[in-house]
Design a protein around this ligand. Structure first.
Ligand code: BTN
Length: 239
């Protein structure tokens, strides 16, 4: 039985979920109206102003053996729920970003904690473009792109339901196919940034374990790109 915990404001729902798991309360879902220190991948921050977005962390049973990474499952879940809500197709940027009109409108941060994975999902829902700090020029919201407001609570509920469905292993094949179909990175020129290195290439495929297959300019060989320290950029900066 999952316990849903609602917080008006917290530093990071992922951190609260981790504390609860460590305290033995394993099956929790933590949602907040605002995060004061929302986190993204690779130590980046996730801007989380009050009552305008979804800030949600689900602690899910995970033994690390599943071939489909939790981030990909959450990416497919979020993209399908948000696409249904707004009537436009939300795309994924490998590996954890949600895009609309080429803008980042959300992201996923998955972190291991004991026998759970904390899947953190952040979505910019009702911010106007002016609400978003100007230095985040690649960021937007569902409302800013669609020209109308959305019910954050209903979207959050739909997202929890969709994650529950897609967390069943028998959904993996469909989820992988959905994620690959909506992976905007495929076919694009990409800069792969690892620990201290930067290489250009073209994203040519997605492996079953969700490694990005990149044909690198310097070797003309296709290599697997995967891991928490890797991120990619496109020819226009972030995208
Ligand atoms: C990213 O953009 O790299 C991922 C962003 C993930 C943000 C969500 S919001 C809920 C959860 N709590 C956090 O501190 N981060 C995730």
């Amino acid at each position: 039985m999952k316990r849903l915990i609602w917080l008006e404001s917290t530093a990071s729902t992922n951190d609260v979920a981790k504390e609860l798991v460590r305290a033995g309360k394993k099956d929790v879902i933590v949602a907040a109206g605002q995060q004061t220190a929302g986190r993204g991948r690779q130590g980046r921050s996730f801007y989380s102003p009050p009552n305008m977005g979804i800030y949600l962390s689900m602690a899910l049973p995970y033994d690390g053996k599943r071939s489909l990474p939790p981030t990909v499952i959450a990416g497919a879940a979020a993209a399908s729920v948000l696409s249904t809500a707004c009537g436009r197709q939300i795309g994924c940027k490998w590996v954890n970003d949600l895009l609309l009109d080429g803008y980042k409108i959300g992201g996923i941060l998955s972190e291991l904690c004991q026998d759970r994975v904390i899947v953190g999902i952040g979505v910019n829902v009702n911010q106007t473009q002016e609400d978003i700090p100007p230095e985040l020029s690649h960021v937007s919201s569902l409302a800013a792109r669609c020209g109308r407001m959305f019910r954050v609570e209903a979207l959050r509920y739909a997202l929890i339901r969709e994650m529950d469905i897609r967390w069943q292993p028998e959904m993996d094949e469909e989820t992988f196919a959905y994620y690959r179909k909506h992976l905007l990175t495929l076919g694009q020129r990409v800069k792969v940034m690892g620990t201290g290195s930067e290489r250009w290439g073209t994203a040519v495929g997605l492996a079953k374990d969700s490694a990005l297959l990149v044909c690198f300019d310097d070797t003309s060989a296709v290599e697997r790109v995967i891991g928490p320290e890797v991120s990619i950029r496109g020819p226009h900066g972030y995208l």
